[in-house]
Design a protein around this ligand. Structure first.
Ligand SMILES: [Zn+2]
Length: 217
C-alpha cells in the first residue's frame, strides 16, 4: 500500500507478528500497533527532511506513545528521505516505512500556509457540515507554537505531561501547514470524511480534533 500524507508517500512494509493466544485480543493489538507504526513513520520522515526539526527519533517516539505503543526501533537518520519504524503494543510488533517525496512537497503552498491539498479537503468538509464543523486551528507560526507550548507547560507543570497535549515548538505538523484542529461535531466530521472520501486522517489517539492529510493512491 502506498499512502501520501502531507506530500510524503508512505510505502508500508508491514511485518506483523503476534504471540497472544487470544485471537480477538491479538487482532486488536495488531491493528493498534499498525496505526501507531504508520503514524510514527510519517511523523518521523516529515521531521527528518529539510522541512522538519531534525529530531525524527523523538518525533517517532511521541507519535507511537500517543497511539498507545512503544517505539522499539527507528531507522531514521537525520536528513534521510526514508525511515522505518518498529513499534510494540503488548508483545505485538508492527513496522512501517515512510518515504519522503520532495516533488510532492515542492508543489505545496510554501511558507506560511496550509498545504493546498489539506486546505481543499478541509474546505469541502466544512462546507458539507453546514456550519456544524469548524476550523479551530490551522497553520501556526513558530512563535504561535511557542506560545501554545508555554501555556501547556504552565497548565500541566512539566514538559513530559505537556508533550501529551501540545507538540514542542519545531515539532508540530501545524507549523508545516500539514495539520488542522477542528471543532464542533467531530462525529459528523468523521462520517462526512468517510462519505465524501476526503483525504483526512486522525493520527493522534488522544487528540480526536487533530486532522492530517492522507491521500491514498
Ligand atoms: Zn492539532
Amino acid at each position: 500500500m502506498t499512502v501520501l500524507v502531507g506530500g510524503m508517500s508512505l510505502l508500508l512494509a508491514v511485518a506483523l507478528a503476534w504471540f497472544g493466544a487470544d485471537l480477538s485480543g491479538a487482532a486488536a493489538r495488531k491493528a493498534r500497533a499498525q496505526i501507531a507504526a504508520d503514524a510514527a513513520a510519517l511523523a518521523a520522515v516529515a521531521e527528518s527532511t529539510p522541512f522538519g526539526g531534525g529530531r525524527p527519533k523523538a518525533i517517532a517516539s511521541r507519535y507511537a506513545r500517543l497511539n498507545g505503543a512503544t517505539l522499539v526501533g527507528c531507522l531514521c537518520p537525520v536528513g534521510a528521505t526514508a525511515v522505518q519504524v518498529t513499534v510494540e503494543v503488548e508483545e505485538v510488533t508492527a513496522q512501517a516505512r515512510a518515504v519522503f517525496d520532495p516533488n510532492a512537497v515542492m508543489a505545496a503552498g510554501g511558507e506560511g500556509a496550509l498545504d493546498p491539498a489539506l486546505a481543499s479537503a478541509v474546505g469541502q468538509l466544512l462546507d458539507a457540515s453546514a456550519g456544524r464543523v469548524t476550523l479551530v486551528s490551522g497553520y501556526r507560526t513558530h512563535a504561535e507554537q511557542e506560545n501554545l507550548w508555554a501555556e501547556a507547560l504552565a497548565r500541566h507543570g512539566d514538559a513530559e505531561t505537556a508533550d501529551d497535549w501540545v507538540a514542542p515548538p519545531g515539532s508540530s505538523m501545524h507549523e508545516r501547514g500539514l495539520a488542522v484542529d477542528l471543532g464542533g461535531d467531530l462525529e459528523l466530521a468523521a462520517r462526512l470524511i468517510e462519505r465524501l472520501d476526503l483525504p483526512l486522517v486522525r493520527p493522534l489517539a488522544n487528540e480526536p480534533w487533530h486532522f492530517e492529510l492522507a491521500v491514498r493512491v
